[in-house]
Design a protein around this ligand. Structure first.
Ligand SMILES: NC(=O)c1ccc[n+]([C@@H]2O[C@H](COP(=O)([O-])OP(=O)(O)OC[C@H]3O[C@@H](n4cnc5c(N)ncnc54)[C@H](O)[C@@H]3O)[C@@H](O)[C@H]2O)c1
Length: 442
């Protein structure tokens, strides 16, 4: 395949601010993790930007640079953290309460964590029914709230002399919202902000503020937020990369690892029953049926798209798929996810697969937050804007153009991500054909 010229990418010089609306379990595990890694107290396991390599050129060339050396990424030393929450706890207190990382680790980085204090949130209980918090902004309209978020960001940027910013939503899952007229265009959306339209959730106010300022935005929850034409329009207008939605961790990660394998070997599926117990605040929020509906939509679509029942009716037509999440406080952040998978093979003979994944939700999510922040900052410096489909690898419900179907297969997603990095650097795309090594067609 022909080499293309490399894309001009601004260097990752100076300081990068990472903004997280929501400073709960995921955000503090991420923040404390980066600080601990900087001090040599742990390793960035699970992070492609920190540990991943990329093959360049032919296999015979044996070139496998680290991704962070192949593309110019921000250095962990240059990162600063800022965020909002409806609780006033600083990052140390919030991390302690989240119960993910051990106190002995948190105590070693306590001053750094205590210095990270959230700003009051844009919050409305109608969108997250299970939460009550008093640390919230007061304004007359949603438009005014957006201005206040922009002021917080500008102040943070100045205080820490930041050169660039990214925003990663680590807040709660909101109630299910459907796309409606107010989301159809930027004009309608801005009018809706001024008129306090109920179709505009708090998460959209943060996202609007960020994208308006040209700050890349990733949506870690299944909320509708930037998955609407108004936000895509704004992102194109301000040349801002956006990505979403819903971090791919736990059970869905397993699903997108296993389902492509079953399909590759043309094994059929009768049913896939998934159930989870978890006891963190996220679990409590998802105990509300309206927030659960948002999550359920995000989790269910995965198998349909990977298995393509229309193309393989004998294997995947009418398979039964159920996902349950049960709030069970004793487990805290240590989720347990069970999958029962009824498959069939040669001549229709049935088989079963059982998975019992004792995972740690936020331990799986933290490296995703880091990678998204660094890759979105890279995308911005490469002048990429709008939907960044190459970051689908990190999401349960990847954003895509309306005329395309989303790609859920983890391995295709990884190939797409790495090929995008090769594209940025003007290196050959890797097709895995291998015709250069074997003269099999002569
Ligand atoms: N942990 C995972 O593996 C995982 C995977 C996929 C998605 N997610 C999503 O990531 C999000 C964060 O998960 P978590 O485990 O950290 O939850 P969490 O409940 O510990 O943290 C969320 C925080 O957001 C705050 N919040 C809620 N609404 C807010 C608002 N409008 N503005 C500012 N702060 C607000 C809450 O007070 C809370 O502190 C959730 O939406 C969750 O569904 C998590």
């Amino acid at each position: 395949m022909e080499k293309l010229p490399a894309i001009e990418i601004q260097p990752a010089k100076g300081r990068l601010g990472i903004l997280t609306p929501g400073m709960g379990a995921v955000a503090t595990t991420f923040i404390a993790g980066v600080i601990a890694i900087r001090k040599g107290l742990g390793k960035p396991i699970g992070s492609l930007t920190q540990m991943g390599t990329i093959r360049i050129g032919k296999r015979t060339e044996k070139k496998f640079p680290l991704i962070k050396e192949f593309v110019p990424l921000a250095n962990l030393e240059d990162i600063f953290f800022g965020g909002w929450d409806i609780f006033e706890d600083d990052a140390y207190q919030s991390a302690l309460k989240s119960g993910v990382l051990e106190k002995t680790l948190l105590d070693q980085i306590r001053p750094e964590l205590e210095a990270i204090k959230p700003w009051p949130a844009v919050f409305d209980k109608r969108y997250v029914k299970k939460l009550d918090g008093s640390y919230v902004k007061q304004a007359r309209t949603k438009w005014d709230y957006a201005q206040m978020v922009m002021e917080d960001i500008a102040r943070f940027k100045e205080e820490h002399r930041l050169d660039r910013l990214v925003m990663i939503w680590c807040g709660s899952t909101e109630v299910y919202l459907k796309q409606q007229d107010v989301h159809e265009s930027l004009e309608a959306f801005e009018k809706g902000l001024k008129e306090n339209h109920p179709g505009i959730a708090p998460s959209m106010i943060y996202a609007y503020a960020a994208i308006k300022m040209g700050i890349p935005y990733a949506n870690g929850a299944p909320n509708l937020t930037v998955d609407i034409p108004a936000m895509v329009e704004l992102a194109r207008e301000t040349r801002t990369p956006i990505a979403g939605k819903d971090f791919k961790t736990g059970q869905t990660l397993m699903k997108t690892i296993i389902a492509p394998g079953l399909k590759a070997r043309l094994l059929g599926l009768h049913g896939w029953f998934s159930t989870n117990i978890l006891g963190n605040r996220d679990g409590e929020v998802l105990d509300d049926p309206e927030s659960f509906k948002t999550k359920e939509e995000s989790k269910l679509s995965v198998l349909e798209y990977i298995l393509q029942p229309d193309l393989y009716p004998d294997l995947y037509k009418n398979f039964y798929h159920k996902v349950r999440i049960n709030y069970y406080p004793p487990r805290g952040d240590n989720k347990e996810g069970w999958d029962n998978i009824d498959i069939f093979g040669w001549l229709g003979y049935s088989m079963q697969i059982k998975i019992d994944f004792l995972c740690r939700d936020s331990i799986l999510a933290a490296p995703i937050v880091l990678d998204l922040a660094l890759f979105l900052d890279l995308a911005k410096r490469a002048d990429f804007s709008g939907i960044q489909e190459w970051l689908s690898f990190y999401f349960k419900s990847p954003m895509h153009l309306p005329e395309l179907y989303p790609e859920h297969d983890l391995f295709i997603q990884l190939m797409k991500l790495k090929n995008t990095l090769r594209f940025m650097r003007g290196e050959e795309q890797i097709t895995h054909l291998g015709a250069d090594y074997y003269d099999f067609y002569k």
